[in-house]
Design a protein around this ligand. Structure first.
Ligand code: SF4
Ligand code: SF4
Length: 220
């Protein structure tokens, strides 16, 4: 699973930086490097573009994993260059942006849009596979997630628009429930198509969702 990002249009990035003249750049050596939005190459290119536009880049780094505690160590290592900057431009997913915001008091600006958690189906081809809904029904759907595979995110499909196995929203695409049906049939578990999934009560899901493991690894 990778956090899939794409770079914001440069005009939007420059607009967010309008009030700042000195920028420190941060990339991520994990997902953003793999999907080529925030690795060394992209951070260096951004540095060049910002300088061409008249910004002073006080320094840059690519943190091995920007969404974890390595960001704290990196903030310490780059204390001087960060201190000389008036803002930090982060080329990592939103988790990296939020991490960096924990450790520096200066404005932290995202250069990327975080799109989805993606599974690499073939080299370079990432597909949204899970919306992290917190109530997984893959056991009933032969491992195909209707929350992400169905355009309407239905749990009890198909909808009335399915036609010859295709989706009414995108006729090039197989209906998620055709795929679920076919795989359940192969597994001799077609009776699961009749299982009713009750509506989810989103109002009772506390946000942000958390999971806490104590020092023994026991969930609290
Ligand atoms: S049902 Fe789909 S979105 Fe929900 S946890 Fe399972 S795979 Fe993820
Ligand atoms: S046709 Fe199938 S995949 Fe498309 S919206 Fe309806 S149920 Fe979902």
């Amino acid at each position: 699973m990778k956090s899939i990002t794409r770079q914001k249009p440069y005009e939007e990035i420059a607009g967010q930086l309008e009030k700042f003249s000195r920028v420190f750049l941060v990339g991520c050596g994990t997902c953003a490097t793999v999907v080529r939005t925030g690795g060394v190459e992209q951070v260096a290119a951004m540095e060049g573009k910002l300088q061409e536009s008249g910004f002073l880049v006080t320094g840059w780094t690519v943190i091995p994993t920007a969404c974890d505690e390595m960001t704290a160590a990196s903030a310490q290592e780059n204390e001087t260059a960060l201190g000389n900057a008036s803002c930090i431009l982060v080329m990592a997913c939103a988790l990296g942006v939020q991490r960096m915001s924990l450790y520096v008091k200066k404005p932290v600006i995202p250069a990327l849009d975080t799109m989805f958690m993606g599974m690499e189906e073939s080299p370079g081809y990432y597909v949204e596979a899970c919306d992290q809904c917190g109530q997984c029904i893959l056991g009933y759907t032969a491992g195909i997630c209707p929350v992400t595979a169905c355009h309407k995110g239905l749990l009890n499909g198909p909808c009335g628009g399915t036609n010859r196995g295709k989706c009414e929203v995108d006729t090039d695409k197989d209906c998620a429930f055709t795929l679920i049906y076919q795989r359940l049939k192969e597994q001799n578990r077609l009776e699961l198509m009749k299982y009713y999934h009750p509506p989810r009560n989103a109002q009772v899901i506390p946000k942000p969702r958390v999971k806490y493991l104590d020092t023994e690894g026991v969930e609290q």
